[in-house]
Design a protein around this ligand. Structure first.
Ligand code: KG4
Ligand code: ZN
Length: 346
């Protein structure tokens, strides 16, 4: 049986085909980055229209690369939320229509749940790594920072961001520094040649809570940029002032420290048996290295997603949909509705 995954929650149109063990046969991601780069962020109307234009060819490509036909598909999974409603509706409606026309089951997938399980997927048609429950998951993306405990039949939220998501902070800072969109990859690249201990930044803690907060850090960083008269005029990331390089490295260090220290707190409180990192920010080199080192120090296995599965992709949607279908079986089509907000564990 083949599982078809469709992801259109934000600015990537993606279609993937997996077998029912979770081997990824194809994972086509058609990025709209260029369309949004012009505006320095994602424009919902532009995204929805681009999904409509890109989805048919992404589906054709995914089938061709997997050497499969639509008739081979036995389960359809599409992202139902959280995300931009207009964007979600494109993939969700297409997925439901395909399932309805062929009389096969359909699963509406929570995008964050997709990220959460992506750390276990393997590239190159390999079967996924076995999942042992309970494990803890850290989902960090352009819209979210969530630390959860995942049990066999439920997801328990432990911490989330009160304000900005880490990816959003990377994007806003990079835009103000004149380094373009998206900000995470370019800051990651620049930070690798800088010193992260040069500029002390506040590591936001929310009083009496485990939640994350990145807006104070973002504001402090914006002030540092302003002090250096950096106003968003385009800069070449390869030839930056060394002082700015250190500043960006220190900003990245502050984000990584906030995330890892929260993981460490939770480990102290309830013991983490295994940790799965995911989301677009899971591509960050320093976060990957720091969490791996933390895992080694505490003898906790840390699962890092393959980079192909960090930013939005439909392989993770198909995989999370397959896992949910295994647990819960088929649900009525009309139950899956597009949702702009959909917290994990609900
Ligand atoms: O998961 P994703 O594709 O979309 C959301 O669901 O939000 O995440 C996109 C985010 C962007 O904010 C981007 O700047 C960030 O992931 N990102 C990174 C890196 N690559 C992508 N952040 C830090 N370091 C990276 N290497
Ligand atoms: Zn995402």
């Amino acid at each position: 049986m083949i599982v078809l995954g469709i992801e259109t929650s934000c600015d990537e149109t993606s279609v993937a085909l997996l077998d029912d063990d979770g081997r990824v046969f194809s994972n086509v991601v058609s990025s709209q980055m260029a369309a949004h780069a012009l505006y320095g962020g994602v424009v919902p109307e532009v995204a929805a229209r681009a999904h409509l234009e890109n989805l048919p060819s992404a589906l054709e490509d995914a089938l061709a690369r997997a050497d499969a036909k639509l008739e081979d598909v036995g389960l359809v999974a599409a992202t139902a939320g959280p995300g931009l409603i207009g964007a979600l509706l494109v993939g969700l409606s297409a997925g439901k229509a395909l399932a309805f026309a062929r009389g096969i089951p359909f699963v509406g997938v929570n995008h964050l749940e997709g990220h959460l399980f992506s750390a276990f997927l393997r590239p190159g048609g390999e079967p996924p790594l076995p999942i042992t429950y309970p494990f803890h998951g850290l989902v960090v993306s352009g819209g979210h920072a969530e630390l959860v405990r995942v049990e066999e039949d439920r997801i328990v939220p432990l911490a989330r961001t009160r304000d900005d998501a880490p990816g959003e902070a990377f994007d806003k800072i990079a835009r103000r520094a004149g380094l373009g969109y998206p900000g995470g990859p370019v800051v990651d690249r620049v930070a690798a040649r800088g010193r992260g201990d040069r500029v002390p930044f506040p590591v936001g803690r929310v009083e009496g809570s485990r939640d994350f907060s990145f807006s104070g850090l973002k504001t402090a960083m914006l002030r540092e940029l302003q002090r250096r008269s950096i106003d968003g005029s385009p800069l070449d990331a390869d030839v930056l002032d060394p002082e700015l390089v250190d500043l960006l490295a220190s900003f990245q260090r502050a984000i990584v420290s906030a995330l890892v220290s929260r993981v460490d707190d939770v480990h102290g409180e309830e013991g983490i048996r295994a940790l799965a990192l995911s989301g677009g920010v899971a591509a960050n080199s320093e976060l990957r290295a720091t969490l791996s080192a933390w895992g080694e120090r505490h003898a906790v296995p840390v699962y890092l997603p393959d980079r192909a599965f960090t930013t939005d992709n439909a392989a993770m949607t198909a995989w999370a949909g397959l896992l949910r279908h295994r647990r819960e079986g088929s649900r009525p089509l009309e139950e899956a509705q597009a949702r702009s907000r959909w917290p994990l564990g609900t």
